[in-house]
Structures are given as C-alpha cells and as structure tokens.
Design a binder for this molecule. Structure first.
Ligand SMILES: Nc1nc2c(ncn2[C@@H]2O[C@H](COP(=O)(O)OP(=O)(O)OP(=O)(O)O)[C@@H](O)[C@H]2O)c(=O)[nH]1
Ligand SMILES: [Zn+2]
Length: 195
C-alpha cells in the first residue's frame, strides 16, 4: 500500500565501503585513526534514520477504539517533530507535522499518528509527497470523514548550502474529505493548527 521501494539487500560491509569511498572522495584518509570507525557508525546511523523503509505505516492505524461517546469533532495532533531526508541531496529536512482527522465512528491511539509521520519521514522524501502519504494513509485505514495534514520544515539543502537561505521554511498541506470541502471544518482545522 505504501510505495516503499524494495531495494536489493546491501550488506553492512558494502555500505561501509561506500562511506570509505566518500571520505576519500571528499579528500580525507579513511585509514586515519579518527575515521577508522566512521563508516560503521555512518551505516548504523543511516539504518536508524532510514528505518522508515522497514515499516508499513498503514499498519500502525489498524488498531482502533470504538467507544468514543459520540465524539464527532476534529482530533488534532500538533507539533509532531520529525527528521527526514531530501531525496535530491540526502540532506536533513527538519520540521513539524500537524495531523488531524474527523472520525466517523472510531479513533486511533494518538501515538500512532506520530508513528505514521515518522514512518514516512525516515525515508528519502520530498515534502509534498510525505504530506500526501500521511493524509492518504489515515484516509485509507481509518476511513474518517476528513483528514488534514500540514507540514512546516527547513530543508538543509537550501539553508546550509546551495541558495543558502537560513531560516526559510516550506509549508505544505493535504486536506481530504470534509476538512477540504466543508468551510467550517476547514476553518476549524486551520485555526487549531495555527494555534
Ligand atoms: N518541491 C520540493 N523541492 C525540494 C524538496 N527538497 C529539496 N528540494 C529542492 O530540490 C531541488 C533540486 O534541484 P536541482 O537543481 O536538481 O539541485 P541543485 O543543483 O543542487 O540545486 P540548488 O539546491 O539550487 O543548488 C532544489 O531546488 C531543492 O531546493 C522538497 O521536499 N520539495
Ligand atoms: Zn535537497
């Protein structure tokens, strides 16, 4: 359901060799003491930072609670901090996601919304796609009346290098169902997100 690419298996040793090549290419000596363990560390840290390829974020949403006492207003989880990586430069994208949905007859544990964000973030991404993937995942599994996702993030590929504009932040949104179509719900969502 999520389109995590299934790359062929690469061994730890191959990943470390690639890092050694990059160190050498950058102009340093991978055999000097301070860099000896670096390839292994980089590989381990990439494993952690790209752990999103090992999960199907839709599965996080499968366990739901139906005793909601007739609750039929927006559920909004704000300020979900995440680190992702731009697929163009493999540089960090650091930001916050705000995720909301209007339940039909069941809700999901709120930590699962943050898990979904993390699952999609810890991959090579572009922000627009990640925004849409999070919204579609919630729509597909929970089938709520509507979904809203807003993401604000800094892309180090443009704040630390290239055009070099520190502090510039990209905002994206994906609104589905009544959050998009019903002016009152849409307004409520945007008001809650803007705090
Ligand atoms: N739309 C979008 N663009 C992104 C995202 N992350 C990075 N980019 C942009 O992707 C573009 C890649 O452009 P290229 O011209 O191929 O790369 P480049 O030569 O390194 O460009 P500069 O960054 O301008 O030096 C850049 O404009 C980045 O700012 C994202 O999440 N969404
Ligand atoms: Zn980039």
């Amino acid at each position: 359901m999520t389109d995590a690419p299934h790359a062929p298996k690469i061994s730890q040793a191959e990943a470390e060799a690639a890092v050694r090549t990059l160190i050498q290419w950058a102009g340093d000596d991978p055999a000097r003491e301070g860099l000896l363990e670096t390839p292994a560390r980089v590989a381990r840290s990439y494993r952690e930072l790209f752990a999103g390829y090992e999960v199907d974020p839709l599965q996080y949403l499968e366990k739901t609670f139906e005793e909601v006492g007739g609750y039929d207003e927006l559920v909004v989880l704000k300020d979900i901090r995440f680190v992702s990586f731009c697929e163009h430069h493999m540089l960090p994208v650091v930001g916050k996601a705000h995720v909301a949905y209007l339940p039909t007859d069941r809700v999901v544990g709120i930590s699962k919304l943050a898990r979904v964000v993390r699952g999609f973030a810890r991959r090579l991404q572009i922000q627009e796609k990640m925004t849409s993937e999070i919204a579609q995942a919630i729509q597909t599994v929970l089938k709520p009346q509507g979904v809203g996702v807003v993401i604000e993030a800094e892309h180090s590929c443009m704040t630390l290098r290239g055009v070099n504009v520190p502090g510039a932040s990209l905002s994206t949104s994906c609104l589905l169902g009544v959050v998009r179509d019903d002016p009152r719900t849409r307004e409520e969502f945007l008001r809650l997100v803007r705090g």
